[in-house]
Design a binder for this molecule. Structure first.
Ligand code: FES
Ligand code: FES
Length: 144
């Protein structure tokens, strides 16, 4: 369908022109996350000041879905508070499980293109890799 074509175009755009790919100077948090089903891994680097994510970058190797998702995710959480970013991760998780999700609370932008992935269950882990990294990073911080 046309919708699928749009999804593919958005995903390929982020894959070919990833936003926020590279090393972040002065990160306050970095976290590694791998997809056990394929071994691909990314490292997410965040700079958090006063509970706000002021910078977000990533490095690593992965497929088009995982890297485009990391690109979209880093774009989406920049400027958000940690609480908002984790809330967005919950919304994304609902989207990936094919559940109804709140598409008005935040400007999800390109992220919604990844809805198409839910038709391919094996690829859902690819799409969630970057979000899981963020959740792991903040979970570890909270417990310290
Ligand atoms: Fe490895 Fe997608 S195939 S992250
Ligand atoms: Fe969560 Fe240790 S990382 S309890």
């Amino acid at each position: 369908s046309n919708l699928d074509t749009l999804y593919r175009q958005v995903i390929m755009d982020h894959y070919k022109n990833p936003r926020n790919r590279g090393e972040l100077e002065g990160e306050t948090l970095h976290v590694n996350m791998n997809n056990p089903t394929c071994g691909d891994r990314i490292q997410l680097q965040l700079k958090v000041e006063d509970e706000k994510i002021v910078e977000a970058k990533f490095v690593g190797e992965g497929c088009s879905i995982s890297l485009s998702s990391a690109s979209m995710m880093t774009e989406a959480v920049k400027g958000r508070t940690v609480e908002e970013a984790l809330d967005m991760a919950d919304i994304f998780s609902s989207m990936m499980q094919g559940q109804d999700y709140d598409d008005e609370k935040y400007d999800l932008g390109d992220i919604e293109a990844l809805q198409g992935v839910t038709k391919f269950p094996a690829r859902i882990k690819c799409a969630t890799l970057a979000w899981k990294a963020m959740e792991k990073g903040f979970h570890d911080t909270d417990s310290e």
